[in-house]
Design a protein around this ligand. Structure first.
Ligand SMILES: [Zn+2]
Length: 401
């Protein structure tokens, strides 16, 4: 618009235009301007806004899961990389975890981040050996050795060794596709379907070790962090979670590469963590229809499933034999309230799965941490609950359910 015509427009608008600045926060469009109330505080920061729902809706307290639970996605320990020989780093002690499991009817926790090398041995010895009926430990790829000659075979051999030590599965973080580079931390990104990992996927299949794989992230993490981004607050709190720009592949490319891996290794069972792409259940359904060796787990994604309850109910109904319960629980993970291990976390998951409660928080936090919305319970049947809570995981882990 040219300056002259803009000036003319403002002139034509007259008084209304003059009052525009002062009334921009007043809602409603029909009352005469002079009757509108000036808001006292226009400058409430988004971070200070904590609206309380005025809905009078049912609140069902689910203290214990209706059936014993296998939590397929937890991080009870990790790897301390500060020394040459990998060491286990405990996130909690058995004494802290077991009483909470008993209170919430969690029979088994799967510690996905059991690590590799000596750290894995430690993790199995600490969690699984003394309580084989309560803890399961997974191994992870040893990326620090990626540049060693013969890495593909070495990594496959390490999977076999992990199985002998006691590991029951293999965990892949989103590092594959988004962090691991040719020179480990520099150079081009290594794609998810890089052939150098083929022997590893095959070894996992041969050892009957399911592969728990996290690929990509919420779609908003690939967009600019601006006023239109529905995860603006989450990305502002964690700027390094953004994969916008630079040399990152798109969300679609990451999932397609992972699907090629699943298709190439039909004798290996893959469990897509975080539902694969919880924002696109139509797409995930296509994958599940195409790949019989694929299942999904929903840790840290009830915020997504719960805001599309009708689609989610259909999804759980159709794929009831291929959905695993998981929370992505991290003891003391205070940066991510949707994952803090504890009684509240499990109460929310059980309420989501078992009740038809409406419009409640998906995380124990003052403000919904992944986005400002609430969720609706699915009210799943007993038959589906039994499978999702433990039956499907028990089958994949080779445990008696
Ligand atoms: Zn996780």
């Amino acid at each position: 618009m040219k300056t002259t015509s803009r000036r003319q427009l403002l002139k034509n608008l007259g008084g209304a235009a003059a009052g525009l600045g002062a009334t921009r926060h007043v809602f409603g469009g029909t009352a005469p301007l002079r009757n509108r109330q000036e808001p006292k505080d226009c400058a409430l920061a988004l971070e200070d806004y904590e609206p309380k729902s005025m809905l009078h809706v049912t609140e069902t307290k689910v203290e214990r899961a209706r059936y014993p639970v296998i939590d397929f996605h937890t991080h009870l320990s990790g790897v301390d990389r500060s020394s040459d020989e990998p060491k286990m780093k405990l996130n909690a002690t058995r004494g802290q975890v077991i009483p909470a499991m008993d209170r919430r009817n969690v029979r088994i926790m799967v510690n996905l981040t059991g690590g590799y090398g000596a750290a894995l041995d430690e993790s199995v010895r600490y969690w699984q050996d003394p309580h084989p009926d309560r803890f399961v430990v997974f191994t992870e790829p040893w990326y620090a050795r990626f540049l060693e000659p013969g890495y593909p075979k070495l990594q496959a051999d390490e999977i076999e060794r992990a199985r002998r030590v006691g590991a029951k599965g293999l965990k892949l973080t989103k590092a594959l596709g988004l962090y691991l580079r040719e020179q480990i931390t520099s150079g081009p990104l290594v794609p998810v379907d890089d052939r150098r990992f083929d022997p590893m996927w095959e070894a996992a299949g041969a050892q009957k070790m399911p592969v728990a794989i996290h690929t990509s992230d919420p779609e908003a993490f690939f967009l600019e962090t601006n006023r239109y981004n529905e995860r603006y607050e989450e990305l502002s709190a964690h700027p390094n979670w953004s994969f916008n720009g630079r040399d990152f592949p798109s969300n679609r490319e990451l999932h397609e590469a992972r699907n090629r891996v699943v298709g190439r290794h039909p004798n290996t069972q893959f469990v897509l963590l975080h539902v694969g792409d919880s924002e696109n259940l139509v797409w995930v359904s296509e994958w599940l229809d195409r790949y019989p060796n694929m299942s999904v787990e929903f840790g840290a994604r009830i915020g997504e499933l719960g805001r599309q309850p009708r689609a989610s109910i259909k999804f759980f109904d159709k794929y009831q034999d291929r959905i695993l319960f998981g929370t992505d629980a991290v003891p003391e993970g205070f940066e991510t309230p949707q994952q803090v291990f504890g009684d509240d976390l499990y109460r929310i998951y059980y309420r989501f799965l078992e009740t038809e409660d409406e419009y409640f928080d998906y995380a124990p936090a003052k403000v919904p941490p992944q986005g400002r919305w609430k969720i609706y319970g699915l009210g799943l049947s007993n038959q589906i609950l039994r499978k999702v809570y433990s039956g499907n995981a028990a089958r994949l882990l080779g445990l008696e359910s």
